[in-house]
Design a protein around this ligand. Structure first.
Ligand SMILES: [Zn+2]
Length: 105
């Protein structure tokens, strides 16, 4: 999960278990971790701005599976593959590339 401020700055990436029965092809964030993080956000913690996952053998762009799973909720998806991280917005009309970059610190 990608956590950050309401202005869109992502400040933390929190790992969560992939509980999908076929984790090599799909991902489903551990619901308990998701609920706990949303609860912490409501209590004044960082907001859940998006999610990240990797494509061990693919490219850093949304796969057909990702497009099928997308909800169009506007959150950021970071996809790690082939030594890079690329960012996408899960928009109503589909994934849009974002010009975000990874900063140190
Ligand atoms: Zn994917």
């Amino acid at each position: 999960m990608l956590l950050g401020r309401e202005d869109g700055a992502i400040l933390a990436a929190v790992p969560a278990a992939n509980v999908h029965p076929r984790p090599e092809r799909h991902f489903e964030i551990d619901p308990a971790a998701l609920i706990a993080t949303h609860r912490a956000a409501r209590a004044g913690g960082l907001a859940v701005l998006g999610y990240y996952h990797s494509h061990p053998t693919g490219r850093a762009e949304p796969s057909a599976t990702d497009r099928a799973a997308a909800s169009g909720d506007g959150r950021v998806w970071a996809i790690v593959a082939a030594g890079e991280v690329r960012f996408w917005r899960d928009a109503q009309s589909g994934f849009e590339p974002l010009p975000l970059r990874v900063a140190a610190g």
